[in-house]
Design a protein around this ligand. Structure first.
Ligand code: UDP
Length: 328
């Protein structure tokens, strides 16, 4: 039986497919390739389909023997979600509703769901625990939380078991250098900083310098994409063992300010990297740092990359060998 990976041609999806293949899992990737890259899928069967069309999902579930689903496919940009929230409800909520409906009809009862620290909004405490209040301050986080709630009721009613994985800031690239981060347009901090190092941009604009943090810039918890991917494999195995549905934070438990990230990138690349202060981006909390004790204790998760220098090195290896992402 196969594991269906939606959004498996995307950044975290493609790295998880790589981990699943290493773990000798049978993998089927479903991606509409709106944001994903066919070349990022290193193996398994590939199906181009759109989750917003439920009949396409029904067909995939009918024609393939699917044991479990790992659901990544979604829009992911906080800033864009504030400007165009309905786009996010459509792709993140409606698509997930379709997927769950088709799973329920086909009797597929295990799902690992790609969620986010943005579900917490302004944190009650640092580090953030899974039991803390969820009160998103942007539509991206709200759509992810909506799906989390849908999963809870679907478990109660139909027995679909889930692992919700709330990612903090995914970054870095596969150690092989074969796959990495390639968003277009790029909106994330580390790849944009590295584009400045490559001379593809003149400067990094730091959004907000008056936050309530050590240097006034936002603080985030950066976690390597392969460590995130490993957690998906463990969550799947845990569901197979009959685990109850559960929610896990995935982060390193350490925060870096935006200015500190620029410093790390300067050290790794040896480039000057011009940074300028710019206005705040809407929807950004001051500080997001995870407590990942639950994933460590229950899933046996062991993040390997706990040094931001090493993480940025893997990203730099990818970006410097693929200056145009998957286009060469
Ligand atoms: N950021 C920034 N300049 C940029 C892109 C991002 O200052 O060009 C900041 C952003 O405001 C946030 C942090 O970097 O404080 C991380 O943002 P990113 O979009 O990478 O991840 P998010 O936290 O939104 O998932």
């Amino acid at each position: 039986m196969a594991v269906l990976v939606t959004g498996g041609a995307g950044y975290i999806g493609s790295h998880t497919v790589a981990e699943l293949l290493d773990a000798k899992e049978e993998v089927i990737v479903l991606d509409n390739l709106e944001k994903g890259h066919r070349e990022a899928v290193l193996g398994g069967k590939f199906i181009q389909a759109d989750l917003r069309n439920i009949d396409e999902i029904r067909k995939v579930l009918k024609e393939n023997d699917i044991e479990a689903v790992i659901h990544f496919a979604a829009y992911i940009e906080v800033g864009e979600s504030v400007i165009n929230p309905l786009k996010y409800y459509n792709n993140n909520v409606i698509a997930s509703l379709n997927l769950l409906t088709a799973m329920q009809e086909a009797g597929v009862n295990k799902i690992v769901f790609s969620s986010t620290a943005a579900t917490y909004g302004i944190p009650e405490q640092i580090p953030i625990k899974e039991s803390d209040r969820t009160a998103p301050i942007n539509p991206y986080g709200e759509t992810k939380l909506t799906v989390e709630k849908m999963l809870k009721w679907a478990d109660d009613a139909y027995g679909i078991k889930y692992a919700v994985l709330r990612y903090f800031n995914a970054c870095g690239a596969h150690i092989s250098g074969k796959i990495g981060e390639a968003h277009s347009p790029e909106s994330h901090l580390i790849p944009i900083i590295l584009q400045v190092a490559q001379g593809k941009r003149d400067e990094i604009k730091i959004f907000g310098s008056d936050y309530n943090t050590k240097d006034g810039t936002c603080v985030r918890d950066y976690i390597h994409v392969s460590d995130l991917s490993q957690a998906h494999v463990l969550a799947l195995k845990n569901l197979r063992k009959g685990a109850e549905s559960n929610t896990f934070n995935l982060g390193n438990g350490t925060g870096f300010s935006n200015k500190e990230v620029v410093e790390v990138a300067r050290a790794v690349t040896g480039k000057t990297i011009k940074a300028t202060d710019a206005p705040r981006r809407p929807g950004d909390p001051d500080i997001l740092i995870a407590s990942a004790e639950k994933a460590i204790n229950i899933l046996g998760w062991k993040p390997k990359y706990n040094d931001l220098n090493k993480i940025v090195e893997t990203a730099w290896k990818w970006h410097s060998t693929h200056p145009n992402g998957y286009n060469g």
